[in-house]
Design a protein around this ligand. Structure first.
Ligand code: AMP
Ligand code: GLY
Length: 437
């Protein structure tokens, strides 16, 4: 039977997803519901349709029109809006959890409570609040290492960390007051010190197949300075670990993902079917959980899917059918570096609708389109992260050389972080971990 697959989302992550589907030898039709005209996705799909993919009726009708039997949800918003529930309701199998299970990403308090209830290691000291009552007392317990988190999706902007965004308990209280005034719940938790990494697992509700570990760079500018972004670039190593991690760190991260999937199943009586993305921190006291995401990371998807050797359609069917345990999920033993070119002024005041030119890229298979549009036949920046390039090689250093050369070959009012994946930055991470372990 022909696979008719609907992909929701139209960034570089979804371009990587569509590419991985396209590589499969199975007979297929691929459809995409998009928020912008992504030419990379358009080229590989039977149809790309721009529309509101958070709207259940729109998505369900399109799935009927196309005859899609499998859907892959890229971004978090449709997950929060219950698009997976709506599609399962019309017998479309979905890679991506239902609304309740997506709370792993959409509610910080839910995730902290789940780990506490099921005795899963890696959680911080924390308390949940909806007023200022008890805030000062709890800040006093935590001392100078605390984090205040708005309890919902905020694109990373709801989290304020002591020493970075908050410089005193008074500033923390002022932020808590702001959240209280908006009627928001918030979590205050212990700040961990260490190095962050992403470890994503394919999950069918029972079985998890883990992907290589990846490190993202959230800050806009070189040397991890400037405002937070969706992620400026990422790298992964040939051994699927990272140069600053121990073997035990990877084992602990796998265990936390596995135990969390089990806890979710127990809590909801239904398994988590999708990508379970643990945002971890390696610390002096082992691996800690910063957050969960209920989808592929962006840029992390470009790293891992560029390495995936196994058939992605089989994996997706394994996730939805609960048969992942029958599959051998393999990734190439190569290193990857992904770098984003973003508009000048990103993230706070990005230029928009300016033309860019990618024709000097040497390897088009390593180019992933993101926030772009086609205007009068021209490729233009749409205001968010614009295009990503991935270098794949035997070492991080060589992969970095490729990615840097490629990203520098893109013309337009753009910038990127040339430090991501360089020997100097990797050594800095290694030294940091050595100094705290
Ligand atoms: P989140 O949205 O929970 O991923 O938080 C955004 C960023 O804030 C993370 O990538 C971390 O850099 C930082 N962060 C969040 N929670 C903590 C924590 N408990 N300790 C240290 N840093 C944190
Ligand atoms: N790489 C960060 C994210 O996808 O949320």
């Amino acid at each position: 039977m022909k696979n008719k697959i609907l992909v929701i989302g139209s960034g570089a992550r979804e371009h990587a997803i569509v590419r991985a589907l396209d590589r499969s030898p199975y007979e297929k039709e691929i459809y995409c519901l998009a928020s912008n005209m992504n030419p990379g996705i358009a080229e590989l799909c039977d149809e790309i349709l721009i529309g509101n993919f958070n709207d259940h009726d729109f998505v369900v009708n399109y799935s009927k029109e196309t005859g899609a039997t499998l859907a892959i949800i890229g971004p978090e918003n449709p997950l929060e809006n219950g698009v997976a529930d709506a599609l399962w309701g019309v017998n479309v199998k979905v890679v991506g959890p239902k609304k309740d299970l997506a709370k792993l990403e959409t509610s910080k308090a839910f995730t902290r409570d789940l780990l506490r209830e099921y005795n899963i290691p890696g959680g911080p000291q924390y308390q949940t609040f909806n007023s200022l009552a008890g805030v000062t007392e709890f800040l006093n317990v935590l001392g100078k290492n605390y984090v205040v988190k708005y309890d919902g999706l905020a694109g990373g902007k709801g989290v304020k960390v002591s020493g970075e965004h908050l410089h005193s308990h008074d500033e923390a209280l002022a932020y808590c007051q702001e959240l209280t005034d908006k009627g928001s719940e918030f979590v205050i938790e212990e700040k961990f010190i260490g190095e962050e990494f992403s470890l994503m697992s394919f999950c069918d509700g029972n079985t998890l197949k883990h992907m290589p570990a990846v490190q993202d760079h959230k800050r806009a500018y070189e040397g991890d300075t400037g405002p937070n972004t969706g992620g400026m670039g990422t790298y992964s190593d040939a051994n699927h670990s990272l140069p600053f991690l121990t073997e035990n760190d990877i084992v602990e991260a796998h265990q936390i993902n596995t135990q969390t999937a089990k806890a979710v199943k127990d809590k909801f009586g239904e398994g988590y079917r999708g990508i379970l993305y643990g945002g971890f921190m390696a610390t002096a006291n082992g691996v800690k959980l910063i957050e969960y995401n209920a989808r592929f990371g962006d840029p992390e998807a470009m790293n891992v899917l560029s390495l995936l050797e196994s058939d992605f359609i089989e994996i997706c069917n394994g996730i939805t059918d609960g048969t992942l345990d029958n599959l051998d999920v393999r990734f190439q033993n190569k290193a990857t570096v992904c770098k984003y070119a973003v508009p000048e002024g990103y993230p706070n005041s990005p230029v928009k609708n300016e033309q860019i030119n990618v024709s000097k890229i040497e390897n088009p298979d390593g180019l992933f389109y993101a926030s772009v549009d086609i205007q009068n036949g021209k490729l233009v920046e749409a205001g968010s992260r614009t295009v990503a390039v991935v270098g794949v090689a035997d070492s991080i250093s060589n992969a970095e050389n490729i990615a840097e050369k490629e990203v520098s070959a893109i013309d337009g009012p753009l910038f990127h972080r040339s430090d991501i994946g360089t020997d100097m930055v990797i050594q800095k991470r290694i030294n940091h971990m050595k100094s705290i372990r």
